[in-house]
Write a protein that binds this ligand. Sequence first.
Ligand code: PLP
Length: 382
Amino acid sequence: MSKKGYYGEFGGQFVTELLYPALLELEKEFAKIKRHEKFQKEFKRLLHEFAGRPTPLYFAKNTSEFIGCKVYFKREDLLNGGSHKINNALGQVLLAKYLGKKFIVTETAAGMHGVAATMAANVVGLKCKVFMGVKDIERQKVNAEKIQLLGGEVVPVTRGSGVLKDAVSEALVAWIRDLPNTHYLIGSAVGPCPFPEIVSYFQKVIGEETKDQILKVEYKLPQVIIACGSGGSNALGIFQAFLKDQEVELLFVEGEESAALKYGSKGIFQGTKTYVLQDEFGMDRKTTSRAAGLNYPARGPQLSNLVKLGQVKVSTANNDEVLEVFKLMGKMEGLLPALETCHAIAELFKRRGKYKKDDIVILNFSGRGDKDIETVINLQER
Ligand SMILES: *Cc1c(COP(=O)(O)O)cnc(C)c1O
């Protein structure tokens, strides 16, 4: 990092003055707590006993035969809560507890982060309020209900288009209203400094495990690692451990209908300088990814920087390809991936026949698709 909170030219802290003291406190305390042995021990214990880490690196035999090389899935879908979101949620609630906070506010889209945040808040005895766009509540009903069953409060957000970015804005407002008692548990590597740093730190366990696991079974590194994303928390989670391994291609897949890296430009969005889909006036454009978790008009600043530097390559998958993949995976592997995860799988399928038999591809299987079953059934009936 050159300047504080920057990754190359991306990142920073573009927020109202009211937030500076809270962000500064967070940054200072995070730097401290990282070094506490007691914190690390408790974080590791919860990742293991509560979340279910380490997750398996699964040799997907049927997919391997189909693609023509060795395909492994890093099974984040097996975690408590159904996705990688619990890694970051557990880390941040411990941080909030340490800061003496009483309440957690957060945003959610597909509901995976809302579920994880509420679960994690319960573990350490904090109350959790989850802001969720009305459109997302409608298409991810099961998760909205799950949050409430867990004792979390779901606050419907009607402003804007009633989707993820609107929920982020509302959660930020709620945080500002009660800074002394509240921690904003952001769900991805987005937002102002130090949030991207905190989230990617708590997610890096994915790649550390993956590296150990692949070396143990194959004695070599993969040709390519594929991950889907919007802010980039699961992608950074698995990529970070491989950034210095130049022979490993790192491939990020965004939604074609929300492709900020492909179609966007540099701008300031929700507190950070990054790639964002915007119109000529700098207003963010409407996005229409069916996977609620990818339907965000900006990427995180770290990801933007890695892409600009050429260390991470980018591709997209569209709504139709994603639906196709969802239906195929169930039959082929007995797995129902989240629609978000299907973006990565769609890219994998496009690479059929492009690798040698002994080449290794690792796909970060970011979450499970139980939440998407109703959406998929409704689409089939039309
Ligand atoms: C939230 C989510 C994503 C996208 O978020 P990132 O922070 O970009 O990883 C991808 N997959 C699943 C299953 C999710 O829940």
